[in-house]
Design a protein around this ligand. Structure first.
Ligand code: ASP
Length: 309
């Protein structure tokens, strides 16, 4: 049977367009429809392609409603026996957060592959067509289940994925163990086993987005004080993730405010703002050591708080 791959499009630079092919900065993000992204690119011969425009936005503006709609559509398509996998086109700015959200709410047994681009579709250097073609190859291959991201030929696990650079074509990095595989001419090689998949916790998919627990992400830095922590507690945030220095340390003035927050029942996690490491051991009573970037830690805390109202 010829299987099906479903492309769920959400916008981003991969769907961006500028007036000039030389313009890689002054373009409009999320301008082109999904079918335009697929026009003329190689797709796996084993699969027919279906498309759906789930959203059309710059990923800096992704919100709870976008995530819920995207995850529900992915869930519906994944449940169809003829669907071998899903590809999601997305902006690069919040790709790592959406990747972790989809992993933790769906934990798909089939491939769910995110892809994006650092150059608009109109650019001389456009990387979107190759990235999308590679992502379809990974989805059709089927050996990498769960949520991954395919960018610049690398297949990254969702966990630990991060955007490191605002402009370079090789803008992404993952855990210290490196990519799960590389895509070359539509084939995965080599392929290494990933970490055990994170389980699904789908509570957020059924909860009105307006009722999702609020989780703030704040930073500790030289001269930081605890006012923003106190403000988040006062505003009713149920969780706070601190993008902390080095070994997940926080300024003593912030730490004092976090103690006040914990005493009020607010969940506090600390994640290192150093972007090139694989997580750190926790401060006593604070951080979960498995979470890598502050942005992904925030998604994880959101998922967990929704599961324990
Ligand atoms: N601002 C864009 C977005 O995240 C950047 C990109 O896609 O590269 O939607």
């Amino acid at each position: 049977m010829r299987t099906r791959l479903v492309v769920l499009a959400t916008g981003g630079t991969i769907a961006g367009s500028a007036a000039s092919a030389a313009d890689n900065l002054g373009y409009r993000s999320a301008a082109l429809p999904v079918d335009a992204l697929l026009a003329g690119i190689p797709t796996p011969s084993s699969s027919a392609i279906e498309t759906e425009q789930v959203a059309q936005l710059d990923s800096k503006d992704v919100d709870e409603t976008t995530w819920q709609r995207l995850a529900r559509r992915a869930r519906d398509h994944l449940a169809r026996p003829e669907v071998a996998g899903i590809v999601v086109t997305h902006g690069t700015d919040t790709l790592e957060e959406t990747a972790w959200f989809l992993q933790r709410t769906l934990a798909p047994a089939k491939p769910l592959v995110l892809t994006a681009a650092m150059r608009p579709a109109s650019s001389l250097q456009s990387d979107g067509p190759q990235n999308l073609s590679d992502a379809l190859a990974v989805a059709a291959d089927g050996r990498v289940a769960g949520v991954t991201a395919v960018l610049g030929g690398a297949v990254w696990p969702a966990r630990g994925l991060r955007k490191l650079h605002p402009y370079r074509l090789d803008a992404f990095a993952g855990p210290d163990a490196g990519p799960l595989a590389w895509v070359r001419e539509g084939r995965l090689m080599p392929l290494r086993p990933g970490a055990a998949p994170a389980p699904a916790d789908p509570a957020l998919l059924e909860l009105d987005p307006a009722a999702w627990p609020r989780v703030a992400m704040l930073a500790s830095h030289a001269g930081a004080d605890g006012d923003l922590v106190d403000a988040a507690v006062h505003a009713g945030y149920r969780g706070i993730v601190v993008a902390a220095t080095g070994h997940a340390t926080v300024h003593r003035r912030v730490e004092a405010a976090l103690e006040r927050a914990r005493a009020r029942g607010v969940a506090v996690w600390v994640a290192s703002r150093c972007t090139a490491s694989d997580g750190v051991p926790p401060l006593p009573g604070a951080s979960d050591p498995r979470w890598f970037t502050p942005a992904q830690a925030r998604v994880e805390l959101l998922v967990r708080l929704a599961a324990t109202p």
